[in-house]
Every structure is written in structure tokens, then in C-alpha cells.
Design a binder for this molecule. Structure first.
Ligand SMILES: [Zn+2]
Length: 285
């Protein structure tokens, strides 16, 4: 196995338009310069097996705030069972506004479906990660011993539209929201998703300061990583960052090739490609 992609969406199995609606589909495809191409399951599996990469898939539920269609946890967990040659596990996505139902779904996703953790997109789900109304969800994560991940920094969702389709970036600012949560839940493993530009310095400060917080490098082509992130990945924070593509937004091969050509030390490449994910998430061992 060459690498573990800790952040792979199944968007391409449905198409942007069907999942997110016309306006958002247009914004996403133009932001990432990708086509709204629908793939079969087998085609997506082949992309991964051809490159000897295994993925952690992500389901989708932001119904309460976006009205967008959701991708059931059952479906994504089913893909993992069906294609173990390509998929290592999956993140449950839970709509935090669903109250008690959200907690029950989290428990079901982990215990019955075998999902490895919980993923949030606070910008689209319109909530602050450190809002105490959602603390019962994190208490459940600690009880189930699963990590929780939050999108941080800017997002392609709604990018370029007037008002960005109503999405607000305040929800994805690392300090204080991720930092407060990490302080309140020292036993919770927290992953910050993406280089958190324009707040990458805040992200770095949290990674240095909070032992229970880590990050993935998804959603950005490595060529465009902020300089501070490149320096930290190759230096003192080399045990904190994991490879993620944000498939299908960033082509897998492009991410891997650019990272390998990015001037990182060989041992850092190994850590980012799979060793950190193995240690932090306990997958692919
Ligand atoms: Zn993503």
C-alpha cells in the first residue's frame, strides 16, 4: 500500500448536481476546475487500486441547514464491505442539528456499521464546533473512542456565488472554535480538515499546543500549500499531518505526484502518506 487517503468523498457516484443542486454544483466545479462527471463504483475503485491507495470514504448529511440530499451512512459503509481492495473504512457524517437522533445515528454508525469516526462540515452545517449544545455528540465520540474531524479554512462550497449561497466562513476558523473544543475534550482525537488558509497560523498554533489535535492535507493541490504549512509538514509537525485528497476535487495522482516532488524528506513522505494515519486513526495496520 502506497498511501492512505483519509478524506475521499463519494460525490462522483452521484454527481454534484444531484447531490448539491444546480447553484452549488456550478460553484464547486468552477472552484476546483473539475467536471460534474458521474462514475460507477467500479470506476472509482479502479482509480484507487491502480495507484495502490486505500481510502477512508465520507458520507454526507447537512439536510437541516442546506436542504441538500444526503448520502446514507449505510451506503458508504456498504461500499467499504464491497470493495476492501480500495476502501479501508468510512467517516459517518451526522447532521448536528438533529439532536437526539444525531447521537443515536452516531452510535449506530460506529457500532453497527463499523464506521471509524465522525466528519463535520461546519460551514455548510452552520454551527460552531465549540457550541455547547453539541457537546453530547462529542461525549459520545469519547465513549465510543472514535475521532471527530472538522472542515477548517475556506471552502469551495458556494465559492464565487453572491453571498456564497449563504455559507459563512466564521464557522471554520480554528481559534477559538477547535482550540476550545480540544481544551474541553482532552480525550477526544480531533482532525482539522484541509490546510486552514487563511488561518493556517492558527492551525499550526493548535497543532503545536494541543496534543489531541491533528490535520489532513486534503482539498489543496500540494503545489499551492501555504508556505508555513509546507515548512511545518517537513519539520516539527511531521507527525501531525495526514494525506487526504478530497476526491474527486483533487485528482489523486496529481496530489501524490506533487507531494512527492515537493522537496519533503523521504521519512516525512512516508509519514504523511500512511504512517501518521495508521498511528492516529488506527487504520490500515
Ligand atoms: Zn471534503
Amino acid at each position: 500500500m502506497k498511501a492512505i487517503d483519509v478524506h475521499a468523498h463519494v460525490t462522483s457516484l452521484f454527481g454534484y448536481r444531484r447531490l448539491y443542486g444546480d447553484q452549488m454544483a456550478e460553484a464547486l466545479t468552477s472552484y476546483y476546475h473539475v467536471e460534474d462527471k458521474v462514475q460507477s463504483e467500479e470506476e472509482m475503485v479502479k482509480v484507487y487500486t491502480d495507484l495502490d491507495v486505500k481510502a477512508l470514504l465520507i458520507s454526507w448529511d447537512a439536510e437541516s441547514t442546506s436542504g441538500c440530499a444526503k448520502v446514507d451512512n449505510d451506503y458508504v459503509a456498504g461500499l467499504v464491505k464491497k470493495y476492501p481492495q480500495a476502501f479501508l473504512g468510512a467517516w459517518a457524517m451526522i447532521d448536528p442539528w438533529k439532536g437526539e437522533m444525531a447521537i443515536q445515528e452516531l452510535e449506530r454508525a460506529v457500532k453497527e456499521l463499523g464506521m471509524i469516526g465522525l466528519k463535520f462540515q461546519p460551514c455548510i452545517q452552520a454551527f460552531f464546533p465549540d457550541d455547547r449544545r453539541f457537546y453530547p455528540l462529542y461525549e459520545k465520540c469519547v465513549e465510543l473512542k472514535v475521532p471527530v474531524s472538522f472542515h477548517t479554512g475556506t471552502t469551495g462550497a458556494g465559492a464565487g456565488l453572491p453571498g456564497a449561497g449563504g455559507h459563512r466562513l466564521k464557522y471554520t476558523k480554528p481559534i477559538p472554535h477547535i482550540d476550545d473544543l480540544a481544551a474541553d475534550f482532552p480525550d477526544l482525537t480531533i482532525i482539522m480538515i484541509h490546510p486552514a488558509w487563511p488561518w493556517e497560523q492558527e492551525q499550526i498554533a493548535i497543532l503545536i499546543h494541543k496534543g489531541n489535535v491533528f490535520a489532513d492535507l486534503s482539498g489543496w493541490a500540494p503545489k499551492y500549500f501555504p508556505e508555513a504549512i509546507k515548512r511545518e509538514v517537513n519539520g516539527r509537525l511531521q507527525d501531525k499531518f495526514m494525506f487526504g485528497s478530497d476526491y474527486p476535487e483533487i485528482p489523486l495522482k496529481r496530489w501524490l505526484d506533487e507531494f512527492e516532488a515537493g522537496g519533503y524528506k523521504p521519512e516525512v513522505i512516508e509519514k504523511v502518506f500512511y504512517k501518521n494515519a495508521q498511528r492516529i486513526l488506527g487504520v490500515g495496520l
